[in-house]
Design a protein around this ligand. Sequence first.
Ligand code: UDP
Length: 331
Amino acid sequence: MRILITGGAGFIGSHLTEACLHRGDEVYIIDDLSTGSMANLASLQSDPAVKDRLFVTVDSILNTEPILELIGTCDVVFHLAAAVGVRYILENPLESIQTNIQGTEKILRLCNKFKKRVLIASTSEVYGKHLHAPLVETDNIIYGPSSKFRWSYAAAKLMDEFTALAYHRTNGLPAIIARLFNTVGPRQTGTYGMVIPRFVSQALANQPISVYGDGKQTRTFTYVNDVVHALMALMDHPDAPGEVFNIGGTEEVSILTLAEKIKTQTHSGSPIEFIPYTRAFGKDFEDMQRRVPGIDKIRSLIGFEPVTGLERILESVIEDQKNNTMVPKTP
Ligand code: UDP
């Protein structure tokens, strides 16, 4: 099969690329390298078993010409290109909204023109600031005010979901929506805010581990390979189009406990430092205090299980950062 992966040089995109190539697919990537990196594809581009089936275009999805040709060429589209990461969104608010709304609208319009099946990577951020668990696909959504720019990301991704569902309803476009919860693994950088690569690089450098707020906020973490298998299975399932699916882990952990676990697993002497949100992000910031997915829907459709536990996830990130001298420093 010919697969187009927008954002294929990013963290999740590069793992998806690898899995599709190993399945025997031809993979076409478009990536503007804003948060992705060619280094994420380097091992595939030098692997004789797959390199002739990998085609990379460095360009923005906001440019029609390359996207038109790529969508016309490919059988299915995984749309992962997006502005991501809390820190990145806050530092680049306008560009993030443009990429996430106009970019996705363009992808959907062209997929509709060529009648290509498309999977849109959405996010658990769309749920907003709920405190209950688990969050299920039919839950209401609660956002803060528009002065707090974090919510612009959630609102933009929600518009992407509405647009995809509207194309499905109006034109029968086979569009699938995957709401990804915190996804982690090798090659993820902490530069744009993601907590695990940040804590691991701080611990390995024996620098203070930066816990925001009181550290009582919780998350679940899913290993990137578990997420990639779920994305591929959803794409292949005849009943997935027109539906929204959570993809996430089930092991709820507080950020303080996470910091302690990382300290232990890295044998680090780093102190844990509590940083007020105002110092980390300025006054217009709100965090989500709790975020745990309900995964019954995806489990019953494709048998999804997040099989990789937190300890193994942390081991893989620690190993990756120890082996990779190119890992960017956290700001
Ligand atoms: N966090 C933290 N220190 C950091 C980075 C993140 O305490 O250096 C916290 C952040 O406030 C949030 C959680 O870790 O409560 C997860 O943050 P991340 O940006 O990875 O993902 P989010 O779930 O917020 O999208």
